[in-house]
Design a binder for this molecule. Structure first.
Ligand code: CMC
Length: 431
């Protein structure tokens, strides 16, 4: 088959260029636009990067119209049902599902990197007790770059692998330390005999004065949520990690930048905002008032947990979480959960409304996740931290993919300048 090309014509001068088309394995083709600047001296302009492919990637595929999400080709529904978070981590990092010995070795490696350097633990004392945990987590991860700087050669594959294992293993410990600091409780050290999620629950909820029972239902629910949040191609935080990492920056610093980007309510911060919104709505009778507010262009209010840049159909992760809510709440003996019931009613009413139908606004991953986190006893301010723990593997996989690509270049977008034209400096006394 002949190579596909697009022809671009400057209608003023009649000058033509041929733009090569690149095809992936699935999904829309992309145009290689280098000739636009070379032949015509213009750039493309795409604020918000809604129509721009910034890199080639083999990790995750989304078809937003069909509601499809694949990790390394495997549908998210199958991974959620049959896999485990450790296995999904291995898959995202290595490209293939592990055989049993590889999975055991990988899990063991993660389990044996969980401790933090004691000096890092002292950082938390510098934060006020009510500091937002995302601020603490981002700062402590950034400070890890000071602990692992000289030993981290980003061009050395083994160094990169050690970094990947360290950050995936330590981020639950970092998060739990932030939680304990907020509560004024002693820090609970990690236990390497426990699974990833059981260890996280133990670090969050155990206290030295009494035994703590790790509920396997809670650990399993957390494992499922972590699978569903593990990666999502070139979202804002992943693109942030790629951009920061493309300068050759220390990868812990790049991951810290990703945590900061995730925190915003348009991204991972939405899970915290959904719970605040549901509490604000309070009762089913109030829902129409809030839907009207979300539609009112003079109000800044949006239905949090609704809408997505890529999904113009159901977010498949939201469907799975909604199904899991029923199961988890029942297993935890919380058969009547007013927040979940309110969320279901809100979804039902919004999806009947023309405003949401026309704009294809459906519940996203953040809409129902907070219901499960709350049921597990995780405080609202920690919801986005949970997202960060799970997404760390995605950030690392993308960073690894980028750094190991010999064609990697620094990320450096251009702009449409609309500021003042050249003018001469005027001394302060003459202004
Ligand atoms: N409530 C009310 N109206 C909305 C909403 C919403 N949640 N989301 C989008 N719209 C409207 C928006 O006002 C615009 O209307 P119009 O065409 O009349 O101007 C139209 O829908 C398109 O919205 P947009 O802002 O251009 O879409 P975007 O792709 O730039 O933004 C989004 C996507 C997720 C930031 C946005 O839908 C939003 O703010 N949602 C609420 C926050 C949220 O739940 N974020 C989590 C995203 S999923 C998980 C993650 O990424 O971490």
């Amino acid at each position: 088959m002949a190579d596909k090309k697009f022809e671009l014509t400057d209608l003023a001068s009649g000058k033509k260029s041929l733009l090569p088309v690149k095809s992936g394995t699935i999904g829309p083709d992309v145009l290689d636009i280098a000739a636009i600047n070379r032949d015509h001296g213009v750039f493309t302009h795409d604020p918000g990067f809604g129509f721009t492919s910034a890199c080639e990637s083999r990790i995750t595929y989304i078809d937003g119209d069909a509601g499809v999400l694949l990790h390394r080709g495997y549908p998210i529904e199958q991974l959620a049902e049959k896999s485990s978070f450790m296995e999904v981590c291995y898959l995202l990092l290595n490209g293939e599902l592990p055989n049993r010995p590889d999975l055991e070795k990988f899990t063991n490696d993660i389990q044996h990197h969980t401790m933090l350097n004691e000096s890092l633990l002292r950082f938390y004392n510098g934060f006020h007790h009510n500091a937002h945990p995302m601020a603490m987590v981002s700062a402590v991860i950034a400070s890890m770059s000071a602990f692992y700087h000289d030993s981290m050669d980003i061009h050395n594959p083994r160094n990169r692998e050690i970094f990947a294992h360290r950050i995936i293993a330590k981020i639950p410990t970092i998060a739990a330390a932030a939680h304990k600091h907020s509560l004024g409780q002693p820090f609970v050290y990690p236990r390497n005999d426990l699974s990833y999620c059981a260890n996280m629950l133990n670090m969050f909820f155990a206290v030295p004065c009494e035994p703590y029972y790790i509920d396997p239902v809670a650990a399993e629910a957390l494992d499922l949520l972590f699978i569903l949040h593990a990666d999502h191609e070139q979202n804002a935080s992943t693109s942030t990690v790629r951009l920061a990492g493309s300068t050759g920056a220390n990868p812990y610093a790049a991951i810290s930048a990703g945590v900061a980007a995730l925190w915003g309510p348009a991204h991972g911060g939405a899970n915290e905002a959904v719970l605040s919104m549901l509490e604000q709505i309070g009762t089913v009778e109030n829902i129409p008032k809030y839907i009207a507010m979300a539609k009112d262009k003079n109000s800044h209010f949006r239905l949090m947990g609704f809408g997505h840049r890529v999904y113009k159909n159901f977010d498949p992760r939201a469907k799975i979480i909604r199904g899991a809510c029923h199961k988890v709440l029942e297993s935890l003996g919380q058969t009547s959960n007013p927040l979940f019931e309110l969320a279901l009613s809100l979804e039902e009413l919004a999806l009947k409304d023309d405003y949401f139908i026309e704009r294809k606004l459906y519940p996203n991953v953040d809409f129902y996740s907070g219901v499960i986190y709350s049921a597990l006893g995780i405080p609202r301010s920690m919801f986005t931290v949970m997202f960060a723990i799970a997404r760390t593997v995605g950030w690392v996989a993308h960073w690894q993919e980028m750094i190991s690509d010999p064609a990697m270049r620094i990320g450096r977008p251009r702009q449409l300048y609309t500021g003042s034209v050249k003018r001469d400096y005027v001394g302060v006394e003459k202004r």
